[in-house]
Design a protein around this ligand. Sequence first.
Ligand SMILES: Nc1ncnc2c1ncn2[C@@H]1O[C@H](COP(=O)(O)OP(=O)(O)OP(=O)(O)O)[C@@H](O)[C@H]1O
Ligand SMILES: [Mg+2]
Length: 377
Amino acid sequence: MDSLPNPYSPEHPAPPAQFAGRRAQLTVFHEALADILAARPRNLAVPGAWGTGKTSLLLSCAAITAAEHAAFAPVALGGGIRGLPDLCATVAAQLGDAVQHHGVAETMREYLDTVSVSVHLGPMKMTRYPKHAADPLLLRFRETLTAAADHSPFIVAIDNAEYLQKIDGALMELRNAFQEVQSSGKSCMLLLAGSPNLFADRSIAAPASRFFEHTDLEAFSAEETREALTLPLGSSGVSMSDDCINAVHTLAAGHPWMVILTAYTLFRVRKTDRISETDLATAFPMIQSSVGRQVFDVLYRNAGENGQQILRSFARTDAVTLSSAEIAEISGVSNPHPYLGRMCERDPPLLEKVSRGKYRLAYPLLHAYLERKMREE
Ligand SMILES: Nc1ncnc2c1ncn2[C@@H]1O[C@H](COP(=O)(O)OP(=O)(O)OP(=O)(O)O)[C@@H](O)[C@H]1O
Ligand SMILES: [Mg+2]
């Protein structure tokens, strides 16, 4: 409509000033921070499906921590971390930056030197080290944590923490290191944010899982959607009608990423400074196509032939909820149960179990996507 910059960005986490809702999680964090500042150790895990706002929450936690003059060391995991020494070195380096203290920095540097020496010794040495209880690198890692805590209370926040499962022994080593340092009265917290399957390997990871207080991130409530939609508009002079806000919440099923993607598109297509339901109708094909391309295409492809048949049965009827018997009849898949279970449990889920034997699509937008797929095929 005009050259006002679009205040919504589905590609980026919400900056603290635009962070909506999540009061329960913020309260837990505030209390945990107060506890560690009083030398009572706490550790938190934030499991949340894709796009529910884990990174956004961590950004707000960082701002809160800074206001309390404690150190916050963010570590975003990805495929690039090759093993435990690499992980410990990354945490130590981030912690070094966070506490910015000469004495500590010195300990960190020595630690990092030890790590890089061993890394250069080649893969043999690297794989042997982490398995050894008295591994000098891991001992140094604990000393580093202690040295950092001597200088300042700190939080190590690991984002995309589901990657820890791919690093042999990482979860347990982190737990052991933090447990030891905290047991000696030091003020620090380990904060993990990751997919709901963060602790999926229960046999090995259960003690690790128990080390954390869990505070789950789910879809936005209607009030949280309202805040997420209105905060970024600020004093821009642009506003959104109540009907439109409610319609966005329903369309996105409160999924934070979908809410912001919808808002971004609405802002682009708006005809006046009052964004309305009419704009939503105009924006719908664009929203549909973005979500399709970015999310549903991959999920649909990976659902396999029977899974796709089952999904399509929802597009063949106007009923929102179907029983497993109805799904079997419409889809022609005689025993849909194993597929239904899998599609509800995967991250992201495709279906949602409403009650015993009753299912619906996990996102309202998936219905229109499946209708289009059927027309194309
Ligand atoms: N509390 C919130 N307030 C406002 N916007 C939010 C909030 N939570 C998430 N969002 C928006 O939703 C989108 C996804 O958020 P974010 O990247 O934090 O999620 P994530 O769980 O870290 O995602 P991923 O699983 O891809 O790492 C972003 O556009 C972000 O701005
Ligand atoms: Mg993230």
